[in-house]
Ligand binder design. Structure first.
Ligand code: ISE
Length: 336
């Protein structure tokens, strides 16, 4: 790429889309939001104005094909991700696609094949925890060999109360997909088998999900658990821990000051994910823009998008069967 400024086309201006737009506009060197698309025209126009006057599209395909859009950020509802990612690859445009990359393993496979046929990596998946300082420090410690070979992974993911309950399928594909990817990248191993149990949010609706525990087995023999709550009752928390042959290491929790007052010792917890992971999003976008400039996609790949969905599919199957389920992956292509 010769121009010094990457013109980004943003698809979707909801909560995550506007978070990305704000970061790209205010603190990402070498980037600007040049075009936005949303089916809600008013919301798109407001986002465009916040970005200093981006062009507004009502059609994602038209934005992707626009000659002056250098790279695309997909932040639309999950069900649109796959087709929009495929359109970006067909147009030869670098794309940062929010998680999940698709909603089914079959669609993820189509993306993987399209990217392989294009001959180069164009797609980065928005698994932003890879850019989180606490995750990076723990991964570096584990890779240093300080705790020996990894035996067990533990992921904790607590969400604050939402206005509506999530179904178990949505909890897996939209939210637990982060934890699935974290387990893979923190352990440097693929997940081979899963066994899911959950407590419903509403006893009259068995598919509603309040608390979920997934037992996982990795290729090579390590084991783990992913715990998820759709309603922690106290705020938002994500922690990971690895037990090795010679010790256990984990992230250190909230970083706000400890307050001693009125006979208590307290520490504020993030209200939700935009606060907890803001810095990770900033670093993710800086890395993505850097990779667009050099012409070589980095970070979580279409392979990560595919494998996380293969594991998610096994989790959904386990929710239906009540049994442990094998992950139906595929051989890792040489390109990844
Ligand atoms: C949300 O879509 C996210 O991506 C957050 O990171 C995750 O923690 C949350 O559970 C999801 O709903």
């Amino acid at each position: 790429m010769n121009n010094r400024i990457v013109n980004v086309g943003l698809i979707g201006t909801g909560m995550i889309g506007s978070l990305h737009a704000g970061i790209l506009t205010s603190c990402t060197n070498g980037a600007r939001v040049a075009a936005v698309m949303d089916v809600d025209g008013e919301r798109a126009a407001a986002a465009a104005a916040d970005c200093g006057g981006a062009r507004v599209y009502s059609d994602a395909e038209a934005l992707i094909k626009a000659a002056d859009v250098d790279a695309v950020l997909i932040a639309s509802p999950d069900i649109f991700h796959a087709e929009q990612a495929l359109a970006c690859i067909a147009a030869g445009k670098p794309v940062l696609c929010e998680k999940p990359m698709a909603t089914t393993r079959a669609d993820a496979e189509r993306i993987l094949r399209a990217e392989m046929a294009s001959g180069r990596r164009l797609l980065q998946v928005g698994f932003m925890r890879e850019y989180d300082r606490a995750h990076k420090d723990l991964l570096a410690l584990s890779r240093s060999g300080a705790i020996g070979g990894a035996l067990r992974f533990r992921g904790i993911h607590m969400n604050p109360s939402r206005s509506s309950h999530t179904s178990i399928d949505t909890a897996i594909v939209n939210s637990l997909i982060h934890d699935i990817h974290s387990a893979r990248f923190m352990m440097d191993a693929e997940i081979a088998e899963v066994f899911l149990r959950w407590a419903p949010a509403n006893p009259k609706d068995a598919r509603s999900a309040r608390y979920t525990i997934i037992h996982i087995s990795f290729d090579g023999g390590a084991i783990g658990t992913l715990e998820w709550s759709g309603d922690s009752g106290y705020g938002y928390e994500v922690e990971v821990e690895i037990t090795g042959e010679r010790g256990t290491a984990g992230t250190t929790g909230v970083h706000s000051p400890i307050l001693r007052q009125g006979g208590t010792r307290s520490q504020a917890i993030s209200p939700d994910w935009p606060q907890r992971f803001y810095d990770a999003y900033v670093d993710e976008l800086a890395a993505w823009i850097g990779s667009v400039m050099t012409g070589q996609a980095t970070g979580p790949s279409a392979w990560d998008g595919y494998m996380s969905l293969a594991v998610a599919e096994a989790c959904v199957k386990s929710a239906e069967s009540g049994q442990p389920e094998r992950v139906m992956g595929r051989e890792r292509p040489a390109m990844y």
